[in-house]
Ligand binder design. Structure first.
Ligand code: NAI
Ligand code: MG
Length: 369
C-alpha cells in the first residue's frame, strides 16, 4: 500500500497562485516516482480570503481547520496593494501569517541561504569569497524573545516618555530550538554556530549554557559560539565558513535577511516554520513558504521564479513527511536546471549561454532534470 499524507495548500495572493501551481506539478512528479501520495486540502488565505468573505477575515475558520487536519501547510504568499488600507488586524500578513504561526506554535524558522555556484554573479558579495557558492542554513527561534516578552509598553516616568521591551527565554524554549538546529546539522555538514550576545545579555548567558548542554546529545556535531555583532561581520567576510547557524528571534530576523541578501535572489529561497514533533515520530508539523512576498510588481505575467516555492515543497517532504528521497530529487533537479542555463528574469544576466524562461518553462526544465 502506498503512503498517503495530508497537506493544506494555501496559495494566497499575487504570484502565490502562479508558483503554487508549478510547485504542485513537481509534487505530482515525485509522488509517482517515489510511490507516495498526498491528499491536498486547498483553501483561501490572505487577500483572496478577504475578497471571498467581504473583508471579514484573511484567515477563515475552514482554512484553520484544513491546516489542523493536515501533516503540513504549503503556503504561497499573501498581501498586495488592494488590501493595504484595511484595518491592521485584518491585513493579509498581520491577520493570517502571524496568527497561523501562533496557532500552531511554529517556534523554529529554517531559512536556507543558498547561492548555487553558477549564480554567484547575483550575490553582492565578492565572488572570490564564495568560489563554490554559498549554502548556509539559518535556524531562528520564532515565538520567544523580545518580540513577545512582557512587560512591554510605554508610559510617562518623571515627566518623560519611556518605552520598553523584555528579552526573555525559558530553558525549555532554548532547548527545543537547539535540538532542531543540531538535528539539521546532523543532516548537513555537522557544524553548528550558535549566535548570542552572552557578553551583555542574561538571556544569552542561559542560551549559551543550554547550547553546551544539548551539544552532549549530538557528539558528532562541532558546536561553536559567536557574538551576534561578530556573526554579522563573519557572514560577509567568510560566508563559506558557516554550515548551520542557530539564534534567537531578533538576531535571527536580522541575520536571516543578511543571508538572503548574500544568496542573491529572493525567488530562489524557501523557508520552513516548524512546530512540535509529531507523537512518536522524528517529523515536525510545519508551514513551508517562499522567503519572499507576493511580488505584485510581476504578478499575473507568468515570469515569477517558481524555485522558492518548489524548494519549499522539498523542505516539507523532508521535515514533515519524511520523504527524504523525493526531497533530495527535487533539490538535485533544481540545481540541474540552473546548471543547464535556465534563468527566470530575477536571476538572468543576459549572457548568451542563458536560456531566459518564464515560470512554467522553468518548472518544465526542473521536471526534465
Ligand atoms: P516581495 O518579496 O513580494 O518583492 C520584493 C522584490 O522581489 C520584487 O521586486 C519582486 O518582484 C521580487 N520577487 C519576490 N519573489 C520573486 C520571485 N519568486 N520571482 C521573481 N522575483 C521575485 O516583497 P515586497 O515587495 O516588500 O512585498 C509585496 C507584498 O508581499 C506586500 O503586500 C507584502 O506585505 C507581502 N509580503 C508577504 C509575505 C508573505 O506572504 N510571507 C512576505 C513579505 C511580503
Ligand atoms: Mg525580516
Amino acid at each position: 500500500m502506498s503512503r498517503t499524507h495530508r497537506i493544506a495548500v494555501l496559495a494566497g495572493d499575487g504570484i502565490g497562485p502562479e508558483v503554487m501551481t508549478d510547485a504542485l506539478r513537481v509534487l505530482d512528479a515525485v509522488e509517482s516516482k517515489f510511490g507516495f501520495s498526498t491528499e491536498r486540502n486547498v483553501q483561501l488565505v490572505g487577500g483572496a480570503a478577504l475578497d471571498a468573505t467581504n473583508n471579514e477575515t484573511p484567515l477563515p475558520a475552514e482554512t484553520i481547520a484544513a491546516c489542523e487536519n493536515s501533516d503540513a501547510i504549503l503556503f504561497g504568499s499573501v498581501g498586495g496593494p488592494k488590501w493595504e488600507n484595511l484595518p491592521p488586524d485584518i491585513q493579509p500578513e498581520r491577520g493570517a501569517l502571524l496568527p497561523l504561526r501562533k496557532h500552531f506554535g511554529l517556534f523554529a524558522n529554517l531559512r536556507p541561504g543558498v547561492c548555487l555556484p553558477s549564480l554567484t554573479h547575483a550575490s553582492p558579495v565578492k565572488n572570490e569569497l564564495i568560489p563554490n557558492g554559498f549554502d548556509v542554513l539559518c535556524v531562528r527561534e520564532l515565538t520567544g524573545g523580545v518580540y513577545f516578552g512582557s512587560p512591554k509598553g510605554r508610559e510617562e516616568r518623571d515627566g518623560e516618555t519611556v518605552a520598553f521591551d523584555t528579552m526573555i527565554y525559558k530553558r525549555s524554549e532554548i532547548d527545543r530550538i537547539l535540538r532542531v538546529a543540531f538535528t539539521a546539522a546532523m543532516g548537513r555538514g555537522k557544524k553548528l554556530v550558535s549566535v548570542d550576545k552572552a557578553n551583555v545579555l542574561a538571556s544569552s548567558v542561559l542560551w549559551r549554557e543550554v547550547a553546551n548542554e544539548v551539544a552532549k546529545d549530538y557528539p558528532e556535531v562541532e558546536l561553536s559560539h559567536l557574538y551576534v555583532d561578530n556573526a554579522a561581520m563573519q557572514l560577509c567576510r567568510r560566508p563559506d565558513s558557516f554550515d548551520v547557524l542557530v539564534t534567537e528571534n531578533l538576531f535571527g530576523d536580522i541575520l536571516s535577511d543578511e543571508m538572503a541578501m548574500i544568496s542573491g535572489s529572493l525567488g530562489m529561497l524557501p523557508s520552513a516554520s516548524l512546530g512540535g514533533k509529531k507523537e512518536g515520530s522524528e517529523l515536525y508539523f510545519g508551514m513551508y513558504e517562499p522567503s519572499g512576498g507576493s511580488a505584485p510588481d510581476i504578478a499575473g505575467q507568468g515570469i515569477a521564479n517558481p524555485i522558492a516555492q518548489i524548494l519549499s515543497v522539498a523542505m516539507l517532504l523532508r521535515f514533515s513527511l519524511g520523504e527524504n528521497d523525493a526531497a533530495d530529487a527535487i533539490e538535485k533537479a533544481v540545481s540541474a536546471a540552473i546548471d543547464k542555463g535556465f534563468r527566470t528574469g530575477d536571476i538572468a544576466t543576459g549572457a548568451a549561454t542563458e536560456k531566459k524562461v518564464g515560470t512554467s518553462e522553468m518548472t518544465d526544465a526542473i521536471l526534465a532534470g
